[in-house]
Design a protein around this ligand. Structure first.
Ligand SMILES: *[C@@H]1O[C@H](CO)[C@@H](O)[C@H](O)[C@H]1NC(C)=O
Ligand SMILES: *[C@@H]1O[C@H](CO)[C@@H](O)[C@H](O)[C@H]1NC(C)=O
Ligand SMILES: *[C@@H]1O[C@H](CO)[C@@H](O)[C@H](O)[C@H]1NC(C)=O
Length: 465
């Protein structure tokens, strides 16, 4: 709703859904759909969790009919989850205590941690998996998605999510003494009220106090602001808010006699003109996560290409941010653990061409699938091909109907690891670790990144002129 009628196509989100075929099963779904629409309209909290579950609805024009399609897809999804008894998609009933045995050698952590770089995992209320000690020890930071502002006070939407968050916290504390635990505030669909919350001193004080109380109450290490699309008129207010939050965190730190600073991170989009006074922000912020996925439903092509395709590849975007600030150590790239596919398109990737996106005027919905779900949906991982120019992985099925699926796999992730190391970037964030398979195949690759190359913290590895 709010996001759907925004002005930038980058606001559009991607839907995580099991199948396209539910689109054709209209009749069975008319009733649940109607109910869900009613829920979306009348009940903000439910709408919040639904929309975050959907994540990123990719569609060309933000019309109501698109919204309906997305709602159907997600209703089908939740029902599937409840019905399925398989270990990968069981209904969430509370995180179990950590089952794997404690390690005798204390403080296992990713190699990147040795030089202060970051391996960050998102853990989401809308996913359905537990956590293992091994997973937690492969991270430097874990960020729970989401808390949302309600009447200026940040809240976790419901009891179930709050329980999941608290269990994540206690599991994380048990697994590692160095792992930073954070909460993300906002999200794709929940950022609308931020503008008002940072608008004047009074509202900012309420908002800052609520964040500080939350952090103190739940004894966590910091927060992330997931406000991806602040408007031009918000820029000074947002900055003042962050500065006031930093000040309040310092006071809390003194009050608690805490050694380490509280962490503040911000998410920024790959749309380059939306964050204005970046350098001033960086004085109060520990790091920025740059959200890099391709968000254009009607542009069929690779997700997060390192190179190629003009100015929207990872290399160009990171170069922009790092040249503008001179502080590579303060950036993380955000990568996705879900694949995206389109049906009935041409193959967008040709080895000899820089033209890596195909515009499809028919505006067909892209469909997103968790990495862990791919085999259940008959995607054979042995068919994954690698595209050398963009350094991305994909599956192409000549059909009919033709299908193009873009994804991160071990090979493309290794390329991203190398890119981050070579460009002295501060770290990698994964959206989300619970979309990985039970062997943590993708997390293992990211976590093993050798990011400590001996460079000074802020040596710039781009030619900025
Ligand atoms: C501050 O902003 C809030 C809403 O953002 C508004 O309700 C309130 O009247 C404003 N206060 C002042 C003093 O402008
Ligand atoms: C868009 O997709 C349709 C099939 O859905 C296909 O017939 C058409 O050629 C595609 N258009 C472009 C420009 O690729
Ligand atoms: C892949 O791309 C690199 C440049 O990024 C080039 O040096 C190499 O020859 C290419 N390999 C193939 C097999 O095309």
């Amino acid at each position: 709703m709010n996001v759907l009628n925004s002005t930038s196509p980058l606001l559009q989100n991607r839907n995580i859904t099991p199948k396209t075929s539910c689109l054709t099963q209209w009749k069975h779904l008319v009733k649940p759909c109607f109910i869900l629409i009613a829920i979306l309209v009348f009940s903000a909290p439910v709408a919040y969790s639904l929309s975050e579950l959907i994540m990123i609805a990719r569609h060309k024009s933000p019309t109501v009919s698109n919204l309906i399609k997305i709602v159907i897809l997600s209703s089908k999804k939740s029902r599937t989850m409840i019905k399925t008894k398989s270990s990968t998609a069981t209904k969430y009933v509370g995180l179990p205590p950590l089952l794997d045995a404690p390690n005798s050698n204390e403080a296992l952590s990713p190699p990147a941690a040795l030089c202060g770089k970051r391996i960050v995992g998102y853990f989401a209320e809308f996913e359905n998996s537990g956590l293992t000690r091994k997973q937690l020890q492969m991270l430097t930071h874990i960020i729970y998605l989401f808390a949302i502002p309600r009447n200026g006070v940040i809240t976790i939407v419901d009891d179930r999510s709050l329980r999941k968050f608290e269990e994540m916290k206690s599991n994380a504390r048990e697994a590692s003494s160095t792992l930073k635990i954070m909460i993300s505030i906002g999200g794709h669909y929940n950022s609308r009220s931020f503008s008002g919350l940072v608008f004047n001193e009074t509202s900012r004080t309420v908002f800052v106090n609520s964040i500080v109380s939350f952090v103190e109450k739940y004894d966590i290490d910091g927060i992330e602001m997931f406000w991806m699309w602040p408007r031009y008129r918000d820029k000074n207010n947002y900055l003042m808010f962050i500065q006031e939050l930093r000040y309040a965190f310092t006071e809390l730190q003194n009050k608690l006699n805490r050694k380490e600073d509280f962490v503040i991170s911000l998410v920024a989009s790959s749309n380059l003109n939306l964050l204005f006074n970046l350098v001033e922000f960086l004085n109060s912020v520990d790091f920025f996560g740059i959200y890099l996925f391709n968000s254009y439903s009607y542009q069929v092509g690779p997700d997060s290409p390192l190179y190629g395709g003009g100015s929207r590849n990872v290399d160009e975007i990171m170069k922009y941010y790092i040249c503008k600030t001179g502080q590579p150590s303060k950036f993380n790239i955000i990568i996705s653990f879900h694949a995206t596919y389109w049906e009935g398109t041409d193959l967008p990737l040709r080895d000899d061409s820089d033209n890596i996106w195909k515009v499809n005027e028919s505006g067909r919905l892209a469909v997103a699938l968790r990495w862990r779900e791919l085999p259940h949906h008959k995607w054979n991982l042995e068919n994954i091909k690698f595209h050398n120019l963009t350094k991305t992985s994909y599956i192409w099925i000549p059909g009919p109907p033709t299908r193009f699926l873009t994804l991160e796999d071990e090979q493309s992730l290794r390329e991203k690891n190398r890119y981050v190391a070579d460009h002295n970037i501060g770290g990698i964030t994964m959206w989300t670790i619970d979309q990985d398979d039970d062997d943590h195949t993708l997390l293992k690759v990211v976590s093993s990144a050798e990011l400590c190359t001996g460079e000074e913290k802020n040596t710039i590895k781009y030619n900025c002129h």
